[in-house]
Design a protein around this ligand. Structure first.
Ligand SMILES: [Zn+2]
Length: 141
């Protein structure tokens, strides 16, 4: 019988599972691993997609991709950090927001192939700016 070939085709499906995840996440990885703070060994650190500086998770605003009621793709703030899916982290400052816009960081960090409208995040930040809580609220008046 000729069908007894020594070279078998190894099932390659299972080994590929590990591949795509680690492949091209690069330095954005730090912004997506929400489990790291469970270790309790170090404070959870995230990277701002605007200024690219790292900061403690509590100092950063989480944003996620979502779909607006009219069906258009948007970026929305997730202050409670409860939304599922991939998130990106941003200092809740207009400067960092604008930097993120300039380098199209939201789409990249959130793995969106379509342009995301960041208006909801901007609205969130502007609301914060108008209600200064702890600092510099007196200097402007
Ligand atoms: Zn920043």
């Amino acid at each position: 019988m000729a069908d007894r070939h020594p070279a078998r085709h190894a099932p390659s499906g299972w080994s590929r599972r590990l591949g795509p995840v680690a492949a091209d996440t690069g330095r954005l990885t730090s912004g997506t691993m929400d489990e790291t703070d469970r270790t309790g060994l170090r404070p959870p650190i995230r990277t701002c997609v605007g200024c690219r500086r790292t900061d403690s998770r509590s100092a950063l605003l989480r944003v996620v991709a979502a779909t607006a009621p009219d069906g258009s793709p948007v970026v929305v703030p997730d202050p409670a950090r409860r939304a599922g899916g991939r998130g990106a982290w941003l200092h809740p400052r207009l400067e960092c927001f604008e930097q993120a816009i300039r380098r199209r960081a939201f789409g990249r960090a959130l793995r969106s192939s379509v342009p995301l409208d960041p208006a909801p995040v901007l609205a969130h930040l502007e609301e914060r700016e108008q209600r200064p809580s702890e600092q510099e609220n007196r200097k402007r008046v």
